[in-house]
Design a protein around this ligand. Structure first.
Ligand code: APR
Length: 228
């Protein structure tokens, strides 16, 4: 079975009502990244950070997968599929994709603020400051903040190296190390980019589909399912 690897970013969840990062005016829901998405922000004002991610989690739970998420899940009918996403929402999973690698974590889980390997499910949208991990340290959102390690980057690079087909959708390729993953996809592998503003990506053997994900992805999936 051929292996399709898909690297997605915020753009694939845009039509589910979840904002992208760089299309807005550099703020994330009105906040500076430095105030809510860094370890320093957590040290400085943990309650602000916790409240911010509680609001984001509420929005994620209220959002629904869109036709692009559902189309990617359909690929599993005829292909081995790995979705590597930079998104912290669970819309790929809720659309039925069964093999999703979250490079930047997932907002529906919490993690120990002492040991990032200790993660726990969050029931509902609220995570309080009084909730502690098994080591007794406060729980924080299970999201990779700016300046933190991306523990899944090596496995993700290996997955990209193993791709027979590669799809890139909904990412500006502005943030490393995630953006560097495209360099691990072998030159001969057919690649597709689906984005209304195609990002600069020095890739060979690439088909550019200048369209929103809910238009370009279902069409591409229909084509890939019909040819395999
Ligand atoms: N369909 C497809 N792509 C879209 C759509 C859409 N409807 N709307 C916007 N896009 C594209 C934009 O053209 C852009 O290329 O989605 C991309 C969004 O880019 P960013 O906002 O930079 O999001 P992303 O690439 O996921 O950011 C990467 O940066 O802030 C950090 O950790 C955060 O995971 C995030 C990382």
């Amino acid at each position: 079975m051929k292996h399709i690897v898909i690297l997605t970013g915020a753009g694939i969840s845009a039509e589910s009502g979840l904002k992208t990062f760089r299309d807005s005016d550099g703020l994330w829901e009105g906040y500076n990244i430095e105030d809510v998405a860094t370890p320093q922000a957590w040290q400085r004002n943990p309650q602000l950070v916790q409240n911010f991610y509680n609001e984001r989690r509420k929005a994620v739970l209220e959002a629904s997968p869109n036709t692009a998420h559902y189309a990617l899940a359909r690929l599993e009918e005829k292909y081995k599929v790995t979705i590597i996403t930079q998104n912290i929402d669970d819309l790929h999973e809720r659309a039925g994709s069964t093999n999703v690698v979250h490079l930047h974590g997932i907002i529906t889980r919490s993690q120990s603020s002492l040991n990032p390997k200790l993660t726990y499910p969050i029931n509902g949208w609220y995570l309080g400051m009084d909730e502690v991990c098994e080591l007794g340290s406060p729980l924080r959102t299970h999201v990779v903040w700016f300046g933190e390690d991306v523990p899944m980057i090596e496995p993700a690079a290996q997955i990209c190296h193993d791709a027979d087909i590669f799809i890139l959708s909904g990412t500006s390729l502005a943030v490393y190390p995630a953006a560097g993953l495209i360099n691990y996809v072998p030159r001969k592998v057919p690649k597709y980019i689906v984005d209304p503003k195609i990002p600069i990506a020095y890739m060979t053997n690439t088909t550019m589909i200048e369209a929103k994900a809910t238009v370009g992805i279902p069409q591409l999936v229909d084509e890939l399912l019909s040819t395999n």
